[in-house]
Design a protein. Structure first.
Length: 69
């Protein structure tokens, strides 16, 4: 393990020797564009089907315990 740590520290030392004065800071090494899917509306399941397996239903939704209960 000491050899691995030594190799890592050697790499860090070499990075420290680079002239990075003109290099802009980045959060990613490559340019990222919107990597998420488009947010488009689509049909959802019927409320009755979603609530079918719920242990406790009230007013068309899931009933959950109040905080502290």
């Amino acid at each position: 393990m000491a050899g691995e740590l030594s190799a890592i520290l050697d790499h860090i030392e070499r990075i420290g020797e680079l002239d990075l004065e003109q290099v802009e800071p980045t959060s990613h090494v490559v340019e990222l564009e919107n990597v998420l899917r488009r947010d488009e509306p689509r049909p959802s399941w019927p409320r009755e089907r979603v609530l079918q397996g719920a242990p406790d239903v009230a007013e068309g939704g899931f009933r959950v315990p109040s905080p502290g209960q």
